[in-house]
Design a protein around this ligand. Structure first.
Ligand code: ADP
Ligand code: MG
Length: 296
């Protein structure tokens, strides 16, 4: 009896150790083949909020335009980048940079990634290169966010294969739904052939402008189409977001009281709750913060 109990305690301790020390990061690809919909802004600012909330977060810049890299204050020309771990077999950990935001790390990109895509086509397991590169470091982070390029090419397929879930930013603009069926089709193909456990984390409405009637129509249309897949949090248009990127820091580090910071904090909390990752009490779960002007 005592022996059984010791075994049980050992098993529980092992499960606990596995959970706290060996569990893999929740990996979310932020994807939409349309450019300018808020993928990079969401990656940097969701990552910044998660970091400030003490979730160790790694941003993977998987876009040759390297906007996440420059938006976090690094010059893509001067840093080693993701190309080396995808194509040259360099260790992923050796390429990761610490940012100025607490608990936020970056695997940078470079324009050379365009060339990497061509080289990857000839490699064995070409769709699994990013997944393999991340396996080496995944247990060291709580969350990994992948900023995808505006294409459905091989690097984006690699991102969807490496991810547990995909977050789709949808701009509150004309033709918001345009191209989404193609993206969802790609996600289905990846689910069917390469990553059966890939889920849709949610559709995120971005750049919402309360002054435009069109914005409300887009919200209604997207909610009608995608229903529970749409996040409750909506990201408003807020110039502080572009301002903070130009300073190379997430908005939460630049102006924590801005609408942009509050919107992305709420998104972080929504995602943490949905994934049962939250370390917070119920009272902390949502910030109801009213600014004098809804739109800045
Ligand atoms: N909520 C927002 N409010 C104001 N400007 C935004 C917002 N989201 C994104 N932007 C701006 O819109 C442009 C495109 O956003 P970005 O995140 O780079 O899109 P993507 O990565 O999908 O191409 C950038 O200049 C960015 O600063
Ligand atoms: Mg981008």
């Amino acid at each position: 009896m005592i022996k059984r109990r010791i075994n049980l305690e050992n098993e529980l301790a092992e499960a606990w150790m596995n959970h706290y020390f060996c569990s893999m990061a929740k990996t979310i690809a932020i994807a939409n083949q349309k450019g300018g919909v808020g993928k990079t802004t969401t990656t940097i600012n969701l990552g910044g909020c998660l970091g400030v909330l003490e979730y160790k977060t790694l941003i993977i810049d998987a876009d040759p335009q390297a906007n996440s890299t420059s938006g976090l204050g690094f010059d893509p020309k001067n840093v080693n980048n993701i190309y080396d771990c995808l194509v040259n077999g360099v260790s992923t950990a050796s390429l990761i940079l610490e940012t100025n935001t607490p608990n936020l790390y970056l695997l940078p990109s470079h324009i050379d990634l365009v060339g990497a895509e061509l080289e990857m086509i000839n490699l064995e397991d070409r769709e699994f290169l990013l997944k393999k590169a991340l396996e080496e470091v995944s247990d060291q982070y709580d969350v990994i966010l992948i900023d995808c390029s505006p294409s459905l090419g091989l690097i984006t397929v690699n991102s969807l294969v490496a991810a547990d879930a995909v977050l789709i930013p949808v701009q509150c603009e004309y033709f918001a739904l345009e191209g989404l069926s193609k993206l969802i089709n790609t996600i289905k193909i990846v689910q069917g052939r390469l990553n059966p456990t890939l889920e849709i984390e949610g559709m995120l409405l971005t750049m919402y402008d309360t002054r435009l009637r069109l914005a409300n129509q887009v919200v209604d249309e997207v909610k009608t189409h995608f229903q529970r897949l749409v996040f409750d949090t909506i990201i408003h248009r807020n110039t502080t977001l572009s301002e903070s990127s130009s300073h190379g820091i997430p908005v939460i580090m630049h102006d924590a009281a801005s609408k942009g910071a509050i919107n992305y904090l709420n998104l972080a909390r929504e995602i943490l709750q949905k994934n049962n990752l939250t370390k917070m009490g119920n009272s902390d779960k949502h910030i109801d913060f009213e600014l004098e002007n809804d739109f800045e």
